[in-house]
Design a protein around this ligand. Structure first.
Ligand code: GLY
Length: 363
């Protein structure tokens, strides 16, 4: 087989970081040609229970019996300090040192937890991200954000740390439950909404339920490139990168609130509802037209993403948003749309409009 070609690279020149990203179908076994595992004193593979069930044996056959396989429970409610402690303990017990490598083989939760554990163990060891969900392949695995939820708030504790390589294999998406797969499109749509009008109109024509492999790989590749372009210009999120938080102010609040209910939302689902509310806020502030707002509602519906939340959330959303780490001096800084494919950051908004935007998503 010909050597696997890099699809793109995340370059952060100021930090001398250059992360190769590989995208393709049935490429996960190529990990051993991309990374020379024998150069590491120990290799760990971190998975959640679902990934271990579907792909545990396959990854074992690729990486081999000498690696340490660490399995953690699945789900956002386990993205917490005690899970990181479990991973760190496992690494310590197996004698990981500074020359060891951790391979994060899973969705956003595994990449976030594994990246955080790797970036703090002995002040930092190398790690690789092999994302297994659409959401992680297009977003969470790229860009160096690692961490956990803490104190009831999303991603409250963490670090910026980049993997040495990212390998996105669309074959791994074949075992995803339909709901999980769909939820990944929320971040793809977000990338289009904040920076690529053309991608938005391409997606608007798509049949999300019947996308063939090539089309999916195409859209995924494009979406990864958008993420890389934005992060390479502002890795520390001082300015431009904030556009990637569109939909996440309200989205994170409802995602965390939903964890305490018997119907927890997936990240992409919460972000979809958050994007509708924040697009509504953009409309109410005169930044986008009614037609553009309708286009946004239509694309979420076409992708079978939710756009409403139960009215019992009404009084909790605002106070949850006030604790968001993106705020400054307890003031909410909004990312809003200024048309399709263009976002504005650090917007302050009157309570009256915020309340109206939240009311819009309640049923
Ligand atoms: N998920 C948004 C970012 O990486 O900045």
């Amino acid at each position: 087989m010909a050597a696997l070609k890099e699809h793109t690279r995340l370059n952060i020149t100021s930090d001398k970081i250059s992360v190769p990203i590989y995208v393709g179908n049935d490429i996960f076994s190529e990990i051993t040609s991309i990374i020379s595992l024998k150069n590491y004193s120990k290799v760990g593979v971190l998975m959640d229970k679902n990934v271990a069930y579907h792909w545990g044996e396959a990854i074992h056959n690729v990486i081999g019996k000498n690696a340490v396989y660490i399995t953690i429970p699945a789900g956002e409610d386990h993205k917490e300090l005690s899970t990181v402690e479990k991973v760190l303990t496992s690494m310590l017990e197996h004698g990981f040192d500074r020359k060891s490598l951790l391979i994060n083989f899973g969705g956003g939760m595994v990449c976030d937890i594994g990246g955080f554990a790797a970036s703090t163990y002995m002040r930092g060891i190398s790690f690789v991200n092999m994302p297994t969900t659409l959401l992680a392949q297009t977003d969470a695995a790229i860009g160096g954000k690692t961490g956990i939820d803490f104190g009831g708030f999303k991603n409250m504790v963490g670090s910026f740390a980049h993997p040495i390589a990212i390998l996105c294999d669309t074959l791994l998406l074949s075992t995803l439950p339909e709901r999980e797969f769909r939820s990944g499109f929320a971040e793809v749509i977000k990338h289009a909404l904040v920076s690529d009008k053309r991608l938005f109109y391409t997606l608007a024509e798509e049949d999300f339920g019947a996308m063939d492999e090539d089309k999916l790989a195409d859209i995924l590749s494009h979406s990864c490139k958008i993420k890389c372009t934005v992060v390479s210009k502002d890795a520390d999120e001082k300015g431009l990168r904030k556009i990637l938080n569109f939909g996440h102010t309200i989205g994170h609040a409802i995602e965390m609130l939903s964890q305490d209910t018997n119907n927890p939302l997936l990240h992409g689902e919460a972000i979809s509802i958050g994007m509708i509310a924040e697009a509504k806020l953009s409309l109410l502030s005169g930044l986008i037209t009614k037609e553009d707002f309708e286009r946004i509602e239509n694309i979420m519906a076409k992708a079978s993403l939710p756009s409403r939340i139960n009215k019992s959330y009404k009084n909790k959303i605002y106070s949850k948003m006030l604790g968001d780490k993106k705020n400054e001096k307890r003031k909410i800084k909004w990312v809003l749309l200024k048309g399709i494919g263009k976002a504005v950051i650090d917007e302050e908004q009157p309570d009256k409009l915020i309340t109206k935007a939240i009311e819009y998503i309640l049923v």
